[in-house]
Design a protein around this ligand. Sequence first.
Ligand code: URA
Length: 434
Amino acid sequence: MRAVDCIVKKRDGGSLTRDELDWLIDGYTAGRIGDEQMAAWAMAVVLRGMDDRETADLTLAMARSGDQLDVHDIAPLTVDKHSTGGIGDKTSLVVAPLVAAAGMPVAKMSGRGLGFSGGTIDKLESIPGFRAELATAEFRAVLRQTGLVIAAQSADLAPADRRLYALRDVTGTVESLPLIAASIMSKKLAAGADCIVLDVKCGAGAFMTTLADARRLAATMVAIGRHAGRRITAVISSMAQPLGSMVGNALEVREALATLRGHGPAELVELCLTLGSELAVLAGRCADHATARDLLRATLASGAAWRAFRGMVVAQGGDPAVLDDPARLPRAPHQLLVTAPRPGIVQAIDGAALGHVVNRLGGGRSRKGAAIDHAVGLEMLVRLGDALDAGAPLLRIHAAGPAAAAAEVPALLAAITIGTAPVAVPPLILELVR
Ligand code: URA
């Protein structure tokens, strides 16, 4: 077989066989196929798509590209949550400790920033000392010690996704339903969770901008998970505007810490309770969703979720002083307030455009493996439907310097549409796929 033949076949709209996909993924993982050919193949998939059989075969090939974890000797049942990517989406930082503290061990593999969206691993690495690159033995040790572990794909677990994910980030090949489904589900299958809840984002700040596409992605991933014998549901949630007010790595950690302390924005808390209660019911921890929400609310209020997060951070080498005093998280040296150019009502917020701004400020990568600036980002000061006077605060830029901040003002003003029509704000939870 030759990689170029697989690329041409997909470029011309063909379906790759299971053998071809296994060969391609094995070759890429082993380094026999290089980034240039894999990027060309990924672009062909973006443009031509994949059928359901190919998507499932790709997922399984990626899940098998390294070790497949079995942690049942440590925890009889583990749970996991994964988002398809959004703006300001710090949900994993809250849901994972919340459900772990409520008695459901979490063994989670997460990603770094991808395209215009941020990633849980980059966010956690804002905490000085935090180590996300764990070998399988360490992953298991942290789970045993704390009941909660969040790690990047290692050389051992789903390494094909680790390489392909970083490549897609910088080659314009993120927005593809089969590539997203295979990326997420390969990690989930390899990490061995028994119960999985997927947060499928939909809207201007997500890779799926229409409800029809979000439904297809949710259904594809749920089918793959069920086929692999996992208990799995999906929540389709709105990305018509950023989740919470902070966008950017350290800023989002700060907001997640406030949420774990009981001071989170209402919509973030609501989404975390919804996702967490799905897991509690899947895991058989609670008989119904109402009971599960009560349990999770009490877990948050008691400080147990906060303590679970702290325990995990310490076990993974992070500096606990930063958690006790979030003012010690990395801070950008320059802040610039952007104000409304005219009076009116906030009609639309282009989340993808906000994400691109954060990347240009240094919060994301333009080259594979590049270092990022954890401190930069945006603090949103308006929500959809807000009525504003001219000159009212819209958002605050956190940047490395005045020139970097000023350069983004036109893009930010263009990302927030102010008009006169009344606005119907979509509900946060659009659909449940159980
Ligand atoms: N999250 C992932 O892990 N992979 C994707 O492709 C998108 C979101």
